[in-house]
Design a protein around this ligand. Structure first.
Ligand code: ADP
Ligand code: MG
Length: 392
């Protein structure tokens, strides 16, 4: 198991008076100068409170959107600083640039327990390019480095990959620590019976995840559009459902190796653009499957029953449309109520789906904040930003 030194593994006396660079993931939707969804900001609060209480001087940094290495006013983090200030009940100083005089000035003015947020790291092309000069400039702003941005841990960007190596003291934040612990157990050492549920759009994007999960799971439930590629590989009629042509060979080979663990949908909510209905078995020509059907919902619930750990990634249908949301929402609600197992969820759209179902993160044991990072981690890859942190 990967275990990294985190801020709560070291003596708290390390922090008073120190400038601590905290790489957070504040890549939140902003519209008309206001934060529309503060989900990711709230996830960073435990780390921020921990360091503030310890008397550190916090220098927060994040990216927002894709400004492509230049200043784009609509992607300024200023509204995030204002929002964070409300959440913390305390002033958050804002630096107009993440390096140079504007950043220095703000960091200089911090007292113990104070918080500053730097402007969008991606206003500089050096962030994505991991440019050594940009790394060096960022390095001048702090004494200790903390990474709490799991969502960008699969990137070799300056603030998560080059920068930490400048610091003797480089730690995981509390969110990063939690992600590594839960996802690490999923991929390496789950409690059994362990049931994985995988859905979403493309097999091709998730081959590594499917492989890894199949090797550690007792049962693997496959739904979403992904299921049609598997059903096609079995020679079943899938009508005009979304099939990932490049994934068919993989699916066939995969079923040959793991078929006994795999549970596929037996009925589907289908549509031809006019009528929506449920079909059992083969999907007729002209119709596409957009959700798992009612007997598959029951099949999936009974396949989860008895599990002591469950991992779920990928919506089980096109949940964004009400007609096709039932499979995803019912399984989400079922898992929220299934307390016999530790339930771990991840994936950008999966998290949107559970929120759309009216569920909150604390109704599950762990809801991962990563999209691509979560999938890469689960597939067994070593993520660059985690690899540069110190082992516990
Ligand atoms: P995640 O981000 O959680 O990893 P994915 O990105 O793999 O999930 O997949 C999410 C998308 O898959 C959703 O936008 C959803 O509409 C789509 N999807 C799921 N099932 C189907 C289906 N049967 N037909 C078409 N699209 C589907
Ligand atoms: Mg997605």
């Amino acid at each position: 198991m990967v275990r990294k030194l985190a801020i709560d593994d070291v003596d708290k006396n390390l922090f008073p008076g120190k400038r601590v660079f905290v790489r957070v993931d504040f890549n939140v939707p902003v519209s008309d100068g206001r934060v529309v969804d503060d989900y990711r900001i709230k996830k960073a609060l435990p780390t921020l409170h921990y360091l503030m209480d310890a008397g550190a001087r916090l220098v927060l940094a994040s990216h927002l959107g894709r400004p492509k290495g230049r200043r784009v006013e609509a992607l300024s983090l200023r509204p995030v600083a204002e929002h964070l200030s409300t959440l913390l009940g305390k002033d958050v100083a804002f630096a107009e640039d993440c390096i140079g005089e504007p950043a220095f000035g703000v960091v200089e003015s911090l007292r113990d327990g104070d918080v500053a947020l730097l402007e969008n790291l991606r206003f500089h092309s050096g962030e994505k390019e991991n440019d050594p000069r940009f790394v060096e400039e960022l390095g001048k702003l702090a004494d200790i480095y903390v990474n709490d941005a799991f969502g960008t841990a699969h990137r070799k960007h300056a603030s998560v990959y080059g920068l930490p190596l400048l610091f003797e003291e480089r730690f995981a934040g509390l969110l990063m620590k939690r992600e590594i612990e839960y996802l690490g157990r999923v991929r390496e050492n789950p409690d059994h019976p362990f049931v994985s549920i995988i859905g979403g759009a493309k097999v091709k994007d998730k081959m590594g995840v499917l492989e890894r999960l199949a090797s550690v799971s007792d049962r693997l439930l496959i739904g979403g559009a992904m299921a049609y590629t598997f059903l096609r590989a079995l020679g079943r009629g899938v009508g005009s459902s979304l099939v990932d042509e490049e994934g068919i060979d993989f699916a066939e080979d995969f079923l040959g190796r793991y078929g006994e663990k795999v549970v596929l949908p037996e009925d589907h909510v289908v549509s031809d653009g006019n009528t929506t209905e449920v079909v059992f078995g083969d999907i007729p020509d002209g119709f596409a499957g957009y959700d798992i059907g009612p007997s598959t919902i029951e099949l999936f619930k009974s396949s989860v029953n008895g599990a002591r750990m469950v991992f779920w990634n990928g919506p089980l249908g096109m949940f964004e449309k009400e007609d096709f949301s039932r499979g995803t929402f019912e399984i989400a609600r079922f898992l929220a109520g299934y307390k016999d197992a530790e339930r771990i969820l991840g994936g950008g759209d999966t998290v949107s789906a559970i929120h759309a179902a009216g569920l909150k993160d604390d109704e599950f044991d762990h809801v991962s904040t990563g999209g691509g990072a979560t999938l890469e981690f689960i597939s067994g890859k070593e993520l660059p930003a985690i690899s540069v942190l110190k082992d516990l």
